[in-house]
Ligand binder design. Structure first.
Ligand code: Z5A
Length: 208
């Protein structure tokens, strides 16, 4: 494989959308093909699973939620990610397996060893670089508060759930510091984009 897999992670209102655009522009600026995707989703099957997962009309137990996340991911890896990496493209994913550790592990309390086993078997890949947009839970929540009744099933969780999600992301950084770039997403959007671009420049230099 010659391609690279880059994921962007963060809690609610962290600003992943604008960060993704900046990452994409930085990679394309170096003449590299970018395949952009998202999780859960990214394939017809994955998008159908996403609709099911985020619909607030459904009550989904933690175990089913985890397995559905990995069902979508297994399909994404085989249908889109691996073929792209094999032809040398870089894959940019809005979330990847770290989100399952953070939300289903930290948030729902599922054993991390079990998630790691699913990662090995169903996901098979780890990102080469993960940009973690870290923001205070209340600050992130305030940014998306206007969504109100439009919140999806997971966004409707309580504040302590998102505190555990944030803490788990930080634990993952501590365990694998070389894979992560932590961006202070509490700053202005301009400062966040500058930090994202700097992190990518460092990665390019490392991989050159
Ligand atoms: N999930 C899971 O549980 N397990 C898994 O394995 C995976 C996912 C893969 C859907 O993901 C849900 O699935 C998600 C995790 C779960 N649930 N939650 N909660 P998603 O990534 O599609 O959904 P999301 O995290 O809810 O995305 P989001 O809310 O759209 O976040 P965002 O992309 O980071 O936000 P944004 O649209 O870029 O910014 C939000 C607002 O803040 C917007 O008005 C911006 O203009 C504003 N903003 C952004 N940055 C700034 C700064 N720096 N200053 C001021 N305002 C800002």
């Amino acid at each position: 494989m010659t391609g690279r897999l880059i994921s962007v992670e963060g809690g609610e209102g962290a600003g992943k959308s604008s960060a993704m655009a900046a990452v994409r522009a930085a990679i394309e600026g170096r003449g590299v093909e970018v395949v952009q995707t998202r999780e859960p989703g990214g394939t017809p099957v994955g998008e159908a699973i996403r609709t099911l997962l985020l619909d607030p009309a459904h009550s989904i137990c933690a175990e089913a939620e985890l397995l559905l996340m990995f069902a979508a991911r297994a399909q994404l890896v085989r249908e889109l990610v691996r073929p792209a990496l094999e032809r040398g493209a870089w894959v940019l994913s809005d979330r990847f397996t770290d989100a399952s550790f953070a939300y289903q592990g930290g948030g729902r309390g599922i054993d991390g060893g079990l998630i790691a086993e699913l990662e090995r078997w169903a996901a098979t890949l780890k990102p080469d670089l993960t940009l973690l947009l870290d923001v205070d839970v209340r600050q992130g929540h305030a940014r998306v508060a206007g969504r109100g009744a439009g919140k999806d099933r997971i966004e409707r969780e309580r504040e302590d759930f998102f505190e555990r999600v944030r803490a788990t992301y930080r634990q993952r950084v501590a365990a694998e510091p070389q894979r992560f770039a932590v961006i202070d997403a509490g700053q202005s959007q301009e400062a966040v984009i500058a930090a994202v671009t700097a992190a990518l420049d460092q990665a390019f230099a490392r991989w050159a």
